[in-house]
Design a protein around this ligand. Structure first.
Ligand SMILES: Nc1ncnc2c1ncn2[C@@H]1O[C@H](COP(=O)(O)OP(=O)(O)O)[C@@H](O)[C@H]1O
Ligand SMILES: [Mg+2]
Length: 362
C-alpha cells in the first residue's frame, strides 16, 4: 500500500479534530466532515474518542457499542473489527463508549503511552482512504494520542472575546506534541465555527487571522439552529439539511481536506464531484420507512441494587418515646413558672389595693 501519510507508515491520512475547550463544534465538525468526505466518494472511518459518544449517535449508533474505540486502544481488536457500518455508504464508525473514561488511566500504564492510537490505527485495512478522529474536550492522554497520530489537525474555534487566549493554549499544546512526538505534523488548520454576522465577531475573526495568518481555513461555519436540530435527531447536519449554509461550509471543508490529501498522493477531486456529493447527501436524507411502531430506544442499563442502609439499634422505638417524654417534661418546667407568675400578679394586685385604701384613709 502507498505511504499516503508521508510518515513512513502505511495508514491512510488521519484528520484529527481537536481543541481542549468543549462546546466549540469539534463533534459537529468531525461528523459532518466525515459524512461529506464519504459523499465525495472517499472511504472513511470516523473514530469517536469521546466517552460522551455524541459523534457515534450522530451517525446512527442507537445502542451502546460492544466493540469500538476502547477495545481498539486496548489492542483487543484491529480497526476492521472495531468498525461498524453506518446508514451512509463509505462511512464506517469506531464507536465511543463510557469505558473511554477509564482509557486515560489504562493507556498511561502502557509502554510509549502516547503512541497507542497510532499503533492501533496501523491496522487500518487498505480499503480505507481517510480516518477522522473526534477528540474529547481535554488535553489528556487520548487527545495527545490523537494529535501524535495525526497528519492534519483541525482546530475549531468560536470567535469570542476569550477565544484568542484558548486558541493560543491549544496551539502551543499541539506544537509541543509536534516537537516531541510527531515532527511530520505539518498541517494545523483553524476553523471558525458558529460565526455570526456582527461587528464584534468580524473584529474577533480579524484579530485571530492577524495572529495565525494562513493557518485559518478559508471557510467558516455559520451559527445555525439546524445544527442543534440535527444533533437532537441523531443525524449529521449535512444529511438533514444538505443545502443550508452551514452544511455547504462543511462540504467545502471536506473538499479542502481532499485537496490537502491530494498533495500527499491521494486521488484529487474530479470535475462535477461537488454536485455529485451534494446530490448523494440529498439522497441520504430519505426518511426511514414508516413501520407504524414507535422508534426503537436503546436498551436501558440496569442500575446496580442500592446498598441496604445500617440496621437500626435495638429498642430504637423506645428511645424515640423517651425523647418525646423529655420534651413533655420540658413543657412541665414551664407549668410552675406560669404558676409563680400568676401568684406574683395576684400579690401585686392585693398590695396595690391595700396601698390605695391606706392613702384614702390617711
Ligand atoms: N454551527 C453551529 N450552529 C449552531 N449550533 C452549533 C453549531 N455547531 C455546533 N453547534 C452546537 O453546539 C453544541 C456543541 O457542539 P459540539 O460539536 O458538541 O462541540 P464539542 O464537540 O466541541 O463539545 C452542540 O449543541 C451543537 O449542536
Ligand atoms: Mg464533542
Amino acid at each position: 500500500m502507498l505511504d499516503e501519510s508521508g510518515k513512513g507508515r502505511t495508514t491512510p491520512p488521519i484528520i484529527v479534530v481537536f481543541n481542549q475547550k468543549g462546546g466549540i463544534g469539534k463533534t459537529t465538525t468531525s461528523v459532518n466532515l466525515a459524512t461529506c468526505l464519504a459523499a465525495l466518494g472517499r472511504r472513511v472511518v470516523l473514530v469517536d474518542l469521546d466517552a460522551q459518544s455524541n459523534a457515534s449517535t450522530s451517525v446512527g449508533l442507537s445502542s451502546p457499542a460492544a466493540t469500538g474505540a476502547y477495545q481498539l486502544l486496548r489492542g483487543e481488536v484491529d480497526v476492521t473489527h472495531a468498525c461498524r457500518a453506518t446508514p451512509y455508504p463509505n462511512l464506517r464508525l469506531v464507536a465511543g463508549s463510557d469505558d473511554l473514561s477509564w482509557a486515560d488511566t489504562e493507556i498511561a500504564l502502557k509502554p510509549d503511552p502516547q503512541y497507542v492510537l497510532e499503533r492501533a490505527l496501523a491496522t487500518t485495512p487498505g480499503d480505507v482512504d481517510v480516518v477522522v478522529v473526534d477528540c474529547p474536550p481535554a488535553f489528556g492522554i487520548l487527545s495527545v494520542n490523537a494529535t501524535v497520530a495525526a497528519d492534519v489537525v483541525i482546530l475549531p474555534v468560536v470567535p469570542s472575546p476569550l477565544a484568542l487566549d484558548g486558541l493560543h493554549k491549544a496551539w502551543w499544546n499541539i506544537q509541543r506534541v509536534r516537537t516531541h512526538f510527531n515532527r511530520d505534523l505539518d498541517t494545523m488548520d483553524i476553523l471558525f465555527t458558529m460565526t455570526e454576522d456582527s461587528e464584534l465577531m468580524h473584529r474577533l475573526t480579524e484579530a485571530i487571522v492577524a495572529s495565525f495568518g494562513s493557518r485559518v481555513l478559508p471557510v467558516m461555519v455559520p451559527r445555525d439552529l439546524k445544527v442543534v436540530e440535527a444533533a437532537a435527531r441523531d443525524l449529521p447536519l449535512v444529511v438533514l439539511e444538505p443545502d443550508c449554509q452551514a452544511a455547504l461550509s462543511y462540504l467545502r471543508l471536506a473538499e479542502l481536506m481532499v485537496g490537502k490529501m491530494a498533495v500527499k498522493g491521494a486521488a484529487p477531486l474530479e470535475d462535477g464531484t461537488h454536485e455529485a456529493a451534494l446530490e448523494r447527501l440529498r439522497q441520504w436524507r430519505k426518511p426511514p420507512p414508516e413501520t407504524g411502531q414507535p422508534p426503537k430506544r436503546p436498551p436501558v442499563r440496569e442500575s446496580p441494587p442500592l446498598e441496604p442502609g445500617p440496621a437500626p439499634k435495638p429498642n430504637w422505638d423506645q428511645d424515640l418515646t423517651e425523647q418525646e417524654g423529655d420534651f413533655a417534661d420540658t413543657s412541665g418546667h414551664w407549668g410552675w413558672k406560669i404558676g409563680v407568675a400568676v401568684l406574683l400578679v395576684a400579690l401585686g394586685a392585693v398590695l396595690g389595693f391595700a396601698f390605695g385604701r391606706w392613702m384614702y384613709l390617711v
